[in-house]
Structure formats: structure tokens, C-alpha cells
Design a protein around this ligand. Structure first.
Ligand code: ADP
Length: 383
């Protein structure tokens, strides 16, 4: 969940959307990553700066309220001035949030990002496999420039945009029921058309949204029949439909043990199309203990040596973000390094947990195709 600026209601949308998704039967986790103003615990009626419980093996137990498991920066940082929590520190905390928290089984983990399109968002998007991003905007704040910057940032790290939510649109008078457009109407929808991303819906400006937020009882629970609650529910429904839609990979979501009995999550030769996409994977398998093979929709196959794949890890720890300079020293990577688990990331790539403990890289299918082609060319030159 991202926005160009603060104050557009991103946290309020996150909380109510989490509850609406739970009402649709999902098990939900909610991360408050907005370091500069952690507000989600308060909205859920939880203490803001109480440190979380930890388990015997040093993992963190999330707080739970209204069936939503949640972690907030505020819980980890106490009353520390947020000013010191920039850059690398923020990333460290964010990674701890996702990795060291005992979330249990979840259907959806929502992350409320700090506003802006800076390094934090970029690094998070690179380090955590995200299925998609939702952009929250207000009608008067529909700056195409900011939105475009946000879209480009997510595109760069291959995170699909699930859509735009317009918050605080029409105001319905609680006394006479008359709807007034306080701000210019339809900005979010226009923006979605111009940027060619889905419009997920708009949430009316409603004083009850504020009151319920302040009281720690979100409107979706307190006034489930209100127009705002119904709007949240409609957006949640649209999201579920999108996230459960058939992935374009043809491969269903998977988490595959490299050394297990299964040779892979699928190999669908029947799905090859003459005009098939170059970067849509319809097959993935272990051809031998050192080779990961891919089948693309256009019928091409690629074969990747697993150590080469480890060396090509695109994450921020292995490659310097701005310059593209390699930070990983090949001589430090053991010859027998191998995947432990290979997991799908949305419909656009995979992430690999390696035998050397590394697990932060996301390999988009586009990257894998390029790597395989580069490898094939190199071996042709060797001949
Ligand atoms: P952000 O996370 O983007 O900084 P918040 O979620 O903290 O924004 O919301 C900012 C303020 O706007 C809060 O006081 C919140 O109660 C109010 N707000 C959010 N959504 C609505 C809405 N639909 N109608 C009225 N007030 C809203």
C-alpha cells in the first residue's frame, strides 16, 4: 500500500481493507511500515509503543486485534525519534518485520509503506516478495507526476500494480443525505485510465471514518452498513478477485522443495503458443541436481546452472542499487551451493532460499529468460 504523499488516508485504508479482507474469510497480517508516523496500532485500539512478545527462539509474536495480526515500527522502536530511523536502519527493521515475525498461516499480508517513492519502498519491494502494490490517492492530490514515479518504481522491481484507491471522495451529508463533491470528482479514475492500471474504487469522505479510527474501532466493524464500509468491502472483493485470478504464468502459486520428490511445480508443454510470451513461464523443473530448467510460453527452454543463478542474485545485498556494481564475491560462493526452496512471487517470478542462507533475491521471469539466453550464447561461443 503506497502513496506519493502522507495524509491521504493510506493507514486508514490499510486497516479497514485488512478487516474487509478478513470478513471475506482471509487470514490477514498487517505491517505498519510507516516509520514517520506509525498509526495502525492506535487505529486498532492497541498500545503504540509496547514492545512485542518474543518466543524462546527469538522470533517476534505479532499483536492481534479483531482477528488481524499486526506489527508496527512503533512496537520495535519504542519512543525513538523517527529521524534516526532512515535509510539502512529502516530497511533493517522492515526485514525483521517480515522475516522474524511468527505470522502463522496467512492468506494476505498487507504492508502500509511510508509515503513517497524513495529507497525504503524500493528496497522493501526488492527484499520481500510482493504480489502487488495498491496506490492510495485523494481526489485533490491526483498528481500524475507522483503517481507515475510510484508506478515506475514498482515496475522497476517487477511488482505489479493491483490498482488505485481514491480516498475521501464524495461527501454525503449525515443530516440530509445529499452527496457533495468536496474535491474534484473522479480524479482517481481518470488517473487509472491515463496510467492504464485498474481503478479499485473510491471511499467517501466520512467523519465516522475519523471517529472510529481515533476510538480504535475501525468503521468497517463499527458501522458495517455505512457507505464507507461498503466501499472498503467492494475494494477487498475486487482485490481478492485479482489476486486469485489465473496467474499469467500458467503455473499456480507454488513453494517447491528443490531436493524433494517433485521435480518441479509444472511443465506444461501443451500450453506452448506460437504467439506465446517470451517471459511467461509455463514450466519449471529440476533437470538434474545442478540445473533449473524453464519452459516459456513461446516454446523456448532455458537451462540454468544453479550456482550461476546464485551468482546472478539481483537483490540489494548482492548488487549495488544505483550503480549495478556486483557486491557478491564469487569466490565466497561455494561450488555446491544449491536451492533449498523455490517459491513463486506473484505471477512474475520466483524467489529462492539457498543452502548458504541467502533468500532475498527475486528473479523475475524476464531476468531468468535473459540469464538463460546469455548462458546459451556463452556456451555456443565456447564451442
Ligand atoms: P496516511 O496514512 O496517508 O498518513 P491516515 O490514514 O493517517 O493517512 O489518515 C489521515 C487522516 O485522514 C486521519 O485523521 C483519518 O482519520 C482521516 N481519513 C482517512 N480516510 C478518511 C475518509 N474516508 N473520510 C474522512 N477522513 C478520513
Amino acid at each position: 500500500m503506497g502513496s506519493g504523499k502522507g495524509g491521504v488516508g493510506k493507514s486508514t485504508v490499510s486497516v479497514n481493507l485488512a478487516l474487509a479482507l478478513a470478513q471475506l474469510g482471509g487470514r490477514i497480517g498487517l505491517v505498519d511500515a510507516d516509520v514517520l508516523g506509525p498509526s495502525i496500532p492506535g487505529m486498532l485500539g492497541l498500545p503504540t509503543h509496547e514492545p512485542p512478545m518474543t518466543t524462546a527462539n527469538q522470533t517476534i509474536l505479532p499483536a492481534e486485534r479483531y482477528g488481524i495480526r499486526t506489527m508496527s515500527m512503533g512496537m520495535l522502536t519504542g519512543d525513538d525519534s523517527p529521524a534516526i530511523l532512515r535509510g539502512p536502519m529502516v530497511n533493517k527493521y522492515l526485514n525483521a518485520f517480515i522475516g522474524d515475525v511468527e505470522w502463522g498461516t496467512l492468506d494476505y499480508l498487507l504492508i502500509d509503506l511510508p509515503p513517497g517513492t524513495g529507497d525504503t519502498q524500493l528496497t522493501l519491494a526488492q527484499n520481500v516478495p510482493l504480489s502487488g502494490a495498491i496506490i492510495v490517492t485523494t481526489p485533490q492530490d491526483v498528481s500524475l507526476k507522483i503517481a507515475r514515479r510510484g508506478l515506475r518504481m514498482f515496475e522497476k522491481v517487477h511488482v505489479p500494480i493491483l490498482g488505485i484507491v481514491e480516498n475521501m471522495s464524495t461527501f454525503t451529508c449525515p443530516h440530509c443525505g445529499k452527496a457533495t463533491d468536496v474535491f474534484r470528482r473522479g480524479g482517481g479514475e481518470r488517473m487509472s485510465k491515463e496510467l492504464d492500471v485498474e481503478f479499485l474504487g473510491s471511499i467517501p469522505l466520512d467523519a465516522d471514518v475519523v471517529t472510529c479510527g481515533d476510538a480504535g474501532l475501525p468503521i468497517v466493524l463499527d458501522k458495517p452498513k455505512s457507505a464507507a464500509s461498503l466501499a472498503y468491502l467492494a475494494i477487498a472483493t475486487a482485490l481478492v478477485r485479482q489476486l486469485q485470478g489465473t496467474p499469467t504464468t500458467g503455473l499456480k502459486a507454488f513453494s517447491w522443495e528443490w531436493s524433494g520428490a517433485d521435480t518441479g511445480p509444472g511443465w506444461m508443454e501443451g500450453a506452448v503458443l506460437k504467439s506465446g510470451a517470451r517471459t511467461t513461464a509455463i514450466g519449471l523443473r529440476r533437470t538434474n541436481p545442478r540445473t533449473l530448467s524453464l519452459l516459456w510460453e513461446d516454446g523456448q527452454q532455458g537451462h540454468l546452472d544453479v550456482r550461476d543463478l546464485r551468482l546472478a542474485c539481483p537483490c540489494a545485498l548482492c548488487v549495488e542499487e544505483m550503480s549495478g556494481r556486483a557486491l557478491l564475491d564469487p569466490s565466497k560462493v561455494r561450488p555446491d551451493v544449491a536451492p533449498v526452496t523455490v517459491t513463486s512471487v506473484g505471477s512474475y517470478g520466483i524467489t529462492i532460499k539457498w543452502s548458504d542462507g541467502h533468500s532475498t533475491g527475486i528473479y523475475s521471469f524476464e531476468t531468468l529468460r535473459a540469464l538463460a539466453e546469455r548462458g546459451a550464447n556463452a556456451s555456443a561461443e565456447d564451442v
